[in-house]
Write a protein that binds this ligand. Sequence first.
Ligand code: SAH
Length: 336
Amino acid sequence: MSPKDLACWLEKSGEKPYRARQILKWIYGRQTDRFEDMTDLKKGLRARLAAAFSNVRLKLLKVERAKDGTEKFRFGLADGARVESIRIPERDHDTLCISSQVGCAMGCAFCLTARLGWIRNLTPGEILSQVRDICRASPRRRITNIVFMGMGEPLANLDNVCRALEILTQSAFGLGFSHRKITVSTAGVVPKMAELGRKTRVNLAVSLNATQNKTRDFLMPVNRRFPLERLLEACRAYPLPPTRRITFEYVLLKGINDTLDDARRLSRLLGPLRAKINLIPFNEFEGAPFQRPEEGHILAFQKVLLDRHMTAIIRASKGSEISAACGQLGAPAHAA
Ligand code: SAH
């Protein structure tokens, strides 16, 4: 529930609306699970809250740990659906990669999550609980960054994602993450991009993955509705705060989108934008119809971009031996 909705509920119940902040501070700041433990509220209010609301909890079904320290958390939801979230250790902090939907409707040809199809949207509480529960399970880690790059398309569940973002970024009564350290990634749901920019100040990432419509149509069906021209137009129009850039993800697929002409086209398309490019060599999964290009070729692709003064990094793939790398999240959607 958003702070506003909770304040309304309190007012209707004859309570002071400012209590909303107090209650949220207990839930998110102090990680209190039970209303009866919220000792600065009157006993009567605590009981009424307990009768009216339940605290969303995910069931932690499984944690897998890769040699590089990456951990994959598999959560069970109240209706038996499952999602996965990843904790990625970096040099001086950790990044969480969280899910916004159970399954995904985007149907990208190279992504394992797509094979589940779309099952349902996550609620704001379920999105937040991934963060809360992983922070709680990892008390000694400095978790500062969050990317919406797990299962699902965040812009296809934008209302719930925005509600979750409001609490994630509130320091007075929320989880206190900085807008600058949160990134929402989209496959290119063009009409929702402007709305994200209007409603939040978090970073935007766009999964570009091809430089020509015919290739992108085949890899990412969303391109048939919102082709490259419209996607890039929406990027140009995006209300980017002064020192920030849009991240463009580019999955490198051998023989499909990895020619040096692709690299040159990529720099032409993104040159006019404040952009940084994340090159993600394809992460394999069972039955995947694609291959990762050879190391030398990946470097040659990157060099074309660097020579044209683009920022382009090759994303080290972490956690692939536990299927925790980009595009490898595919928890069976329901309990087996
Ligand atoms: N639906 C959103 C959020 C998911 S982000 C989006 O598409 O942006 C997941 C990222 O992983 C995307 O950039 C996608 O292009 C990339 N990806 C998917 N499958 C992959 C794979 N098998 N190997 C490498 N990257 C992959």
